[in-house]
Design a protein around this ligand. Structure first.
Ligand SMILES: *Cc1c(COP(=O)(O)O)cnc(C)c1O
Length: 369
């Protein structure tokens, strides 16, 4: 039988999870206490306050959903959508497609605007769709499309969405903690993220935040939220002063997120964004020397997720296997339209260092030679 003690450490440079700081791993090893123990409730209060700082928001309805990033996306959708509601979803990759699927399952009547993979959606496209097919209750979009490595500008779309009186839902699973995300400044009404990407905490929690107008929409629903587990009207009564039992909080994961957020704020958001940008440039320069090019538009490349073309005639999966087996380095393969054609190199959180870049480039150089 395998034992977890025998697991070899890797350099995690895929699309998540990213490397986890030893302080976060140590936090998870602390004794489990009860989910209504005052010591633990203090940890939850801190998590909310730190999430407000990291999301840059004053939203009172800010918490960490039990589940990974996908649960965060689902939470935002199912709480805002009632059967028959109209939702516009912007699709430029796998995660935009996922949002559409989630919205349809929640009973939304979904319209879409699409951009070619590697590009971003223009505000004008959203404006046209609203004029043609609107009004929409919610417009959903992915900030950092992890399948293509493209960074979607949010502010111009936010303006269009709010002029039309809709709510703006944004997936920041990959971007939060690695580049600017400004929930209040950008007018985001529902924002979801995950722990395992640039927050460098193991997968298992999904930070979410809702603006006061979104909170109002949730509180005045005519129908019950489609998901019992993700119903913010109930979950918030545990995170709030009522401390009403809904489901048992994942205690050790909350310890981990608490410590991970402390590390993020010790570094400072601006410094952390700058580090991701600098390390991304280092990787890009070194990849160019190997003749490897990016998939996303040059003006819209994510710092933390580098989606690149695998050189022609090379078995990209075999290269990834050798990186893992011989060098203990994990990178990701292409998703969807890019399957078999691309590598996705993550520089997220603790994995965004010069040391990671240099180790990967040395290993790739050796394998490709
Ligand atoms: C990773 C990711 C998700 C899903 O997160 P999981 O933790 O895998 O559930 C959702 N959206 C985006 C943009 C992602 O990168």
């Amino acid at each position: 039988m395998a034992t977890v003690q025998d697991i070899r450490p890797r350099l995690l440079m895929g699309p998540g999870p990213s490397d986890v700081h030893p302080r976060v791993l140590a936090a998870m090893a602390h004794p489990c206490v009860g989910h209504l123990d005052g010591q633990f409730l203090a940890i939850l209060n801190d998590i909310r306050a730190m999430l407000q700082q990291v999301f840059i928001t004053g939203n009172p309805l800010t918490l960490a959903v039990s589940g990974t990033g996908s649960a965060g996306m689902e939470t935002c959708v199912v709480n805002l959508i009632e059967p028959g509601d109209r939702m516009l979803v912007c699709i430029a990759g796998v995660f935009g497609q996922r949002m559409k699927d989630v919205a349809e399952r929640a009973g939304a009547r979904v319209a879409t605007v699409e951009a070619p993979w590697g590009q971003v959606v223009a505000a004008g496209q959203v404006e046209q769709a609203i004029r043609r097919d609107g009004p929409f209750k919610v417009v959903g979009i992915v900030h950092a499309e992890t399948s293509t490595g493209a960074a979607q500008p949010i502010e111009p779309i936010s303006r269009v969405v709010h002029e039309a009186g809709s709510l703006l839902l944004v997936d920041t699973v990959t971007s939060l903690g690695g580049m600017a995300v400004d929930v209040d400044g950008w007018g985001i009404d529902a924002c979801c993220s995950g722990t395992q990407k640039c927050l460098s905490c193991p997968p298992g929690l999904a930070p979410v935040t809702f603006s006061p107008p979104a909170e109002q929409v949730i509180a005045s629903r005519r129908t019950k939220v489609q998901s019992w587990y993700l119903d913010m009207n109930m979950v918030r009564q545990y995170w709030g002063s009522e401390r009403l039992y809904h489901h048992t909080a994942p205690i050790s994961m909350c310890y981990a997120l608490h410590e991970a957020l402390r590390i993020v704020l010790e570094e400072g958001l601006q410094a952390r964004w700058a580090r991701h940008a600098r390390v991304h440039e280092r990787l890009k320069t070194a990849l160019a020397d190997l003749g490897i090019t990016y998939l996303a538009d040059p003006e819209h490349q994510l710092p933390m997720l580098n989606a690149v073309r695998a050189p022609a005639g090379i078995d990209e999966a075999a290269v990834r296997r050798r990186l893992l087996d011989e060098h203990d380095i994990e990178i990701g393969g292409g998703l969807g339209a890019f399957k078999g054609k691309a590598w996705r190199i993550g520089l997220m959180g603790e994995s965004a260092t010069d040391r990671h870049v240099d180790a990967l480039i040395a290993a790739m150089g050796a394998i490709l030679a």
